[in-house]
Design a protein. Structure first.
Length: 246
């Protein structure tokens, strides 16, 4: 179970920091939003919450602080993903703005509850707050995955006409796979806990599910944002092969 979770943490940290540093140079909003989203939901949010759960009995004070930090980081990541889906794919659509602001508003209320009205006990977030945020986390990730796949299909048609770069086109597909895997993994865990009341961390099969979904998301993010040269060359060769054969 651990390799997928560890690899997800390492690669999401690497990709997130790389994108934030890229934003520092370009000042382009998409780089910042993806970077904050990846870091917030991944290593800073999930990582801190997992550490809080481990330390809950031995160091309750530290665990409490980590749980609050994890809640804040995850909330910031979810908000960034909602804004990304709106501003990148549907910047002029009112419905997308309403979805984004609704999601951000709910997550902000959940965060305030965790901080100010006893949302954290013994270093663990209370289920009602944790699961509410989890529902919206899965929602923003799956929304982004659908948008990325649809945009990949549009870019693929442009690529056939020589109007789109094959590596950029492939990046949308990979981002859709990464967001979809992360969103599906979140949805599986949240749905199980809502249905049974049993924390997913206590069920080995769900830990394995999280690990596998994290592994897929990590590999897709790596290939999307820091691809090895061999992969880039392969994508370009695949793109030029049909034209060469015709």
């Amino acid at each position: 179970m651990l390799p997928g979770l560890i690899l997800f943490g390492v690669i999401s940290t690497w990709v997130g920091l790389r994108l934030v540093l890229l934003w520092w140079s370009t000042r382009q909003l998409p780089e910042l939003l993806i970077g904050v989203g990846v870091l917030g939901i991944g290593p800073l949010g999930f990582g801190a919450s997992a550490a809080a759960g481990i330390l809950a009995t031995g160091a309750p004070g530290l665990a409490h602080g980590l749980a609050l930090w994890g809640a804040f980081a995850a909330s910031a990541g979810i908000a960034a993903k909602f804004v990304f889906n709106w501003r990148v794919y549907h910047p002029s659509e009112a419905w997308a703005a309403r979805i984004a602001f609704t999601g951000i508003g709910v997550v902000a209320v959940v965060l305030a509850a965790s901080v100010f009205v006893g949302g954290v006990e013994h270093g663990l977030e209370l289920p009602r707050w944790y699961l509410t945020r989890g529902v919206f986390q899965a929602g923003c990730l799956l929304w982004g995955a659908v948008e990325a796949i649809l945009y990949w299909d549009k870019m693929r048609r442009r690529e056939r006409l020589g109007l789109a770069d094959p590596t950029v086109t492939n990046r949308f597909l990979l981002w859709g796979i990464a967001a979809g895997a992360a969103g599906l993994g979140t949805a599986v865990g949240v749905t199980f806990q809502l249905a049974t009341g049993i924390p997913s961390a206590e069920v080995p099969a769900l830990l394995l599910s999280s690990s596998l979904h994290g592994l897929v998301a990590a590999i897709a993010m790596w290939l999307a944002f820091v691809p090895p040269r061999a992969y880039t060359l392969w994508i370009r060769a695949q793109s030029s092969a049909p034209a060469a054969s015709s």
